[in-house]
Design a protein around this ligand. Structure first.
Ligand code: SF4
Ligand code: SF4
Length: 469
């Protein structure tokens, strides 16, 4: 708290007093009050809202005692972590030419592969870094992903065989190159598998995801999904564009019917012109997006089986249990260069794969440079130093710590600097308000993976429906 001012902090929202911002969450009975510095929040009956601003109200009294602790927790989450994961591009090449891909087309068409030996050597170097910075017993994560990692299947499988249980492995694939042998190899080692599917039917899917000759790939992805039915560590990413935003409810129904346990509805990243061209109208998209979330909830209620929308679940977690969330996009500074790094097929290290096409964010090379030094380069500092408090209008936004103002790569590509929000401010607003409504109605668990709260601790609990877990 600001100790340089003489204010004793007696009053809410002035001097050294706690700050509570009321937020209309669109619920008939409840409003939220949020302290945007610490991400503390409470739900308050609409007719009791004025009482909360009294210095004697239990909420302000209790919060005043805990505010410093919450601030330290938020600072630790935002500024003290070291990378414990790496997103690996084992090849620059891809067999597809999706319209919104963030990897430049010439790289995907004619790029290089990393050899098995180089991949193992680079992961050995990263493993040495992780062993110095990650708590004992914690297994760092290695995720192979885009371009299309299975274009270099030999190196990926050699690395997974070589390191075994030393890492938690994942593969994000376009799903067209998985065969029975690959599925058996990956599932027998409990490797996380993510597929990409943007639509519930072939024609719509082909508007964005297609081969270099323009052919759709729906059927081959579907064949992969069938092979993975029943596998727990499996998810599907649907990139939301202007093409498919009106079909998100259908997509959710389709994925649920196909037994997919977890999906992501990722708004298209506008880091390359192709992505920006697919950007949907945001207000319309937010409406479709919330309908899809509601449909996922109905399906759970109807069948007893969840389809978790992981990126929304992460926002829900940022509200309910900030330290349990995945530290990737919706926190500021984001996870890029801070919680993980990206390794290119040439051994170059970027803060996040979204920067792989932006050479000015190349921090160095895993074969030549020390990871510690790479993390201190200006290329990385620009990303890891981007804070939501420095961005207009985020610095005065009550939900800024549930959103994080992603994405720095997008802000850079669209505006030439980092101090702007990314492309989807309103979508975040609406997701946070929806999450608060679901919490008010006691439905939060229905949107989260089972067991999300194992080990979570309630720090402040009021009998009115307000909480901090
Ligand atoms: S916000 Fe952008 S740069 Fe940061 S982790 Fe997400 S995709 Fe990467
Ligand atoms: S992008 Fe929008 S919702 Fe997110 S912190 Fe900034 S102003 Fe708030």
């Amino acid at each position: 708290m600001g100790k340089q001012a003489s204010s004793r902090g007696l009053w809410v929202n002035s001097g050294n007093g706690v700050s509570f911002v009321p937020v209309d969450i669109g619920h008939q009975d409840y409003m939220a009050v949020v302290s945007h510095d610490t991400a503390f929040w409470a739900l308050v009956g609409r007719d009791e809202l004025a009482d909360v601003f009294s210095p004697d109200h239990p909420l302000s009294r209790e919060y005043r005692q805990k505010a410093e602790e919450f601030m330290q927790e938020m600072d630790a989450l935002r500024c003290s972590l070291k990378p414990s994961a790496v997103y690996v591009n084992p090849t620059e090449r891809c067999n597809l030419d999706c319209s919104y891909c963030y990897i430049p087309g010439d790289m995907r068409r004619d790029g290089v592969d990393m050899s098995s030996e180089d991949l193992i050597e680079s992961l050995t170097r990263l493993q040495a870094y992780f062993s110095r910075h990650v708590p004992r017993g914690f297994r760092p994560e290695v995720i192979f992903h885009g371009s299309e990692p299975l274009m270099n299947r030999r190196a990926v499988f050699d690395a997974i065989s070589h390191f075994g249980d030393s890492f938690r492995f994942g593969v994000q694939t376009n799903g067209t190159l998985l065969d029975r042998e690959a599925v058996d190899f990956l599932t027998s080692r409990n490797v996380g598998i993510g597929l990409s599917l943007d639509a519930h039917q072939p024609g719509l899917m082909a508007t964005t995801r297609k081969t270099w000759s323009g052919d759709g790939v729906f059927d081959s992805v579907l064949a992969s999904m069938e092979m993975l039915r029943g596998y727990d560590s499996y998810s599907v990413i649907c990139t939301v564009t202007k093409q498919n935003m009106a079909s998100l409810v259908d997509v959710i129904e389709f994925l649920h019917g196909a037994g997919v346990p977890v999906c992501m509805l990722n708004p298209v990243r506008c880091t390359q012109p192709g992505g920006e061209a697919e950007k949907p109208d945001e207000a319309a998209m937010a409406g479709h997006y919330l309908q899809a979330l509601e449909r996922s909830h109905q399906l759970y209620r109807e069948t007893g089986r969840k389809i978790v929308v992981a990126n929304f679940a992460n926002i829900m977690l940022s509200i309910l249990a900030p330290t349990a969330r995945k530290l990737m996009c919706d926190i500021s500074p984001c996870g890029g260069g801070r919680c993980f790094v990206a390794l290119s097929a040439k051994g170059d290290i970027f803060p996040c794969s979204e920067f792989v096409g932006l050479e000015e964010f190349n921090g160095g090379n895993v074969f030549r440079d020390e990871i510690d030094d790479i993390l201190e380069t200006s290329a990385f500092r620009m990303v890891t130093g981007r804070k939501v408090e420095q961005i207009e209008p985020c610095h005065r936004c009550a939900i800024r710590h549930f959103c994080g103002s992603p994405c720095p790569a997008e802000a850079w590509s669209m505006h030439g600097h980092m101090d702007t929000p990314g492309a989807f401010c309103e979508l975040y607003e609406e997701q946070v308000r929806f999450a608060m409504r679901m919490i008010a109605d006691g439905h939060a668990d229905d949107f989260l993976e089972d067991g999300w709260d194992n080990g979570a601790e309630t720090i402040v609990d009021f009998s009115a429906p307000s909480c901090r877990a």
